[in-house]
Design a binder for this molecule. Structure first.
Ligand code: ADP
Ligand code: MG
Length: 337
């Protein structure tokens, strides 16, 4: 008798979920990224008990047509890429078609959506659709995730304290808000508002909302470019530092990424202006041809491979260095904030 068989799809989804949904913050990230890909202008995130009881992400984006809504929960089902060539020029945050089926396989998910006409509600528990019916909804999508990891006790055990899990949620929401100043975000936890941005498109204002007005005042705009890369954003003056690199956000084509080489280049731009063990606050947005970056390195897409990375690190370092060289005195241009 043959020994090899295909895994049931729910089981396969649960295995994939291990990579995509590590913790409540990963759910928030995936849902918010979907909202952004759907051209939303407002994204409201509500969380209860650090996301374990409930995570809701409500957007005013394109919505999903009734005929597509079941497909959205199938693994590798996506509206964002079609063929091989698309993979090399991905502009959307998602493209792997894994988030919704992965989340649904380890939680209770209700998605209510409308493209502008009649709305739809679909309820999915542990990877099984238990209801799919018409619903009243305004244009956009509401995804509510309850009882996360309720069916995967091992995963629950692996989570950190509620405070730590919440701080990871706040962190990812803040970084995404810094990446999209044109979108209004709000984050509410157990009824308390933790983050709110206006969506008016002013990055310095978003920075002020997240790191405080005092900090924003001590940050200066940078910009630089080569034929292949463009960098822009804000970096702190050497007088404003932190004890870790975690206040450096690197955004590549609108995606928040982890990249040690790039943050090292940014820090190197300070030359000897920083004390040992101190790091700047920075929001560094990089724009480049998607052909020059491979975002398909890891399921969470926070690690990427960049070709000509050495040119980019040089650009970052010199842009920061030159900007800070102009700053002999602290300018008073931010006093209107
Ligand atoms: P991916 O984002 O990689 O395509 P997901 O599993 O996250 O995969 O989502 C599957 C599909 O469901 C998306 O391609 C998109 O068409 C649709 N979708 C998910 N969330 C939303 C949303 N908030 N608004 C509109 N469409 C959505
Ligand atoms: Mg997605």
């Amino acid at each position: 008798m043959a020994k090899i068989h295909e895994l049931a799809s729910v089981l396969a989804d649960q295995i994939a979920a291990g990579e995509v949904v590590e913790r409540p913050a990963s759910v928030v990230k995936e849902l918010v990224e979907n909202a952004i890909d759907a051209h939303s202008t407002q994204v409201d995130i509500t969380v209860e008990e650090s996301g374990l009881k409930r995570i809701s992400v409500v957007d005013d984006g394109d919505g999903i047509a009734d005929e597509d809504v079941e497909m959205a929960f199938k693994r590798h089902a996506t509206s964002k890429i079609t063929d091989r060539r698309d993979l090399f020029k991905v502009k959307s945050l998602g493209f792997r078609g894994e988030a919704l089926p992965s989340i649904a396989s380890v939680a209770d998910v209700t998605l209510t959506t409308s493209t502008g006409s009649v709305g739809t509600m679909i309820h999915n528990v542990g990877g099984k659709i238990v209801a799919h019916e018409p619903a009243a909804a305004r244009k956009g999508t509401d995804v509510t995730v309850k009882d996360l990891f309720g069916n995967v006790p091992a995963r629950l055990k692996y989570l950190k304290s509620p405070t730590t899990e919440l701080s990871k949620i706040t962190d990812i929401v803040n970084r995404i808000a810094l990446s999209y100043p044109d979108i209004a975000f709000s984050l509410v936890h157990n009824g308390r508002e933790l983050t709110r941005t206006s969506g008016r498109g002013d990055l310095q204002q978003v920075i002020a909302g997240i790191y405080g007005v005092q900090s924003a005042r001590k940050m200066v705009a940078i910009s630089g470019e080569t034929p292949d890369f463009k960098v822009s954003g804000y970096v702190s003056l050497p007088e404003l530092t932190r004890a870790s690199r975690q206040y450096i956000s690197i955004l590549l084509n609108g995606r928040y990424i982890h990249n040690y080489q790039l943050s090292k280049a940014l820090v190197a731009g300070y030359g000897s202006k920083l004390m040992v063990g101190r790091y700047p606050l920075a929001v560094l947005a990089i724009t480049m041809d998607p052909l020059l970056v491979d975002v398909n390195v890891h399921p969470t897409k926070q690690e990427v491979r960049i070709s000509q990375e050495a040119d980019l690190t040089k650009l970052i370092q010199t842009t920061v260095f030159q900007r800070l060289s102009q700053e002999n005195l602290i300018p008073d241009v931010f006093s209107e904030m």
